[in-house]
Design a protein around this ligand. Structure first.
Ligand code: NDP
Length: 274
């Protein structure tokens, strides 16, 4: 890939891809796997990562069942806690093993989706314990940074090889939300991190995608635990009025954007953007 290529000249489609999705056990990550799988060329490999091995196993069964034996899709599960270095190492070891088994892919797609809301029952002035803040950032900032860096190093730039990295972002990266300090700060930091990556590595296609308010476990926590009354009520209203976005619909929008490959690298694109 040449950084100078115009939108019309960039390769479209996903080709024979190696796709890594973190947080694939439920919610948006799971939906992304379901939407991506049938769009991948035979010989592609989908690597599903999360702590819950049972959910990953179920998802693998669903994906392989839908693809059928002729589908040519290969799925791997990595049960790992990405908040720690050991989980990251396990994932990297598996990806390196797969490269030997599968050979070099035409595309690398990393979707940094795993995330947590953190403690939303407190306000900024309540966060006096460095360990609590550091532990939140370990999963929500450090892990996507080190995973992205490690995969880009393991799969360096080469001719006719397209590397794409997605940061699952949020409106919270752009707008402050009371009692969501950890979440907003980490999402803002991640957006900037991936924007820096886009300018440092012009051949890598980088996208910060805000998926909209999704009907997932994270939203449930937002409705129950948000300390700020007004914000908590706004989530309750979204739920009661049926205004939450279906994860499959948001996942489809993202996958279509990746296939079209027309976005500006490093951009923040929201589900609601045209
Ligand atoms: P869910 O809570 O439903 O799913 C979170 C996923 O992250 C799960 O698969 C979970 O798997 C995984 N995960 C959590 N902790 C770890 C860990 N320590 N190690 C590895 N994996 C982990 O969240 P959503 O699907 O709602 O959110 C997905 C992404 O979308 C997040 O980045 C979120 O910030 C973002 N987003 C969500 C919105 C929403 O309204 N829900 C709105 C905007 C952005 P397991 O527990 O098995 O490890």
């Amino acid at each position: 890939m040449d950084a100078g290529l115009g939108a019309a000249e960039r390769p479209r489609g996903l080709g024979k891809s190696l796709c890594v999705i973190t947080g694939a056990s439920r919610g948006l990550g799971r939906a992304l796997a379901v939407v991506l799988a049938p769009r991948l060329q035979p010989g592609s490999r989908l690597v599903l990562v999360a702590r819950s091995g049972r959910c990953l196993l179920e998802l693998e069964g669903q994906l392989l069942g839908a693809a059928g034996p002729a589908g040519g899709l290969r799925v791997s599960r990595v049960e790992a806690d990405l908040a720690g270095g050991e989980g990251l190492q396990r994932l990297l070891a598996e990806v390196s093993r797969l490269r030997e088994v599968d050979g070099a892919p035409d595309r690398l797609l990393l979707i940094n989706n795993a995330g947590t809301l953190g403690n939303v029952s407190k306000f900024v002035v309540d966060f006096t314990e460095p360990a609590e803040v550091n532990s939140y950032l370990a999963l929500n900032f450090t892990s996507p940074m080190c995973l992205t860096a490690s995969l880009l190093k393991a799969f360096p730039k080469r001719e006719n090889f397209l590397r794409m990295v997605v940061n699952i972002s949020s409106l919270c990266a752009l707008q402050p939300h009371k009692s969501w300090a950890l979440y907003c700060a980490a999402k803002a930091a991640r957006d900037m991190l991936f924007s820096v990556l886009a300018v440092e590595e012009p051949d890598v296609r980088v996208l910060n995608y805000a998926p909209g308010p999704l009907d997932t476990e994270m939203q449930q926590q937002a409705r129950c635990e948000t300390a700020d009354t007004e914000l908590r009520q706004s989530f309750i209203n979204l739920h009661q009025e049926g205004k939450l976005v279906d994860s499959n619909v948001s996942a489809t929008k993202l996958v279509n954007m990746l296939i079209l490959n027309e976005f500006q690298s490093g951009a923040h694109i929201d589900y609601y953007d045209q």
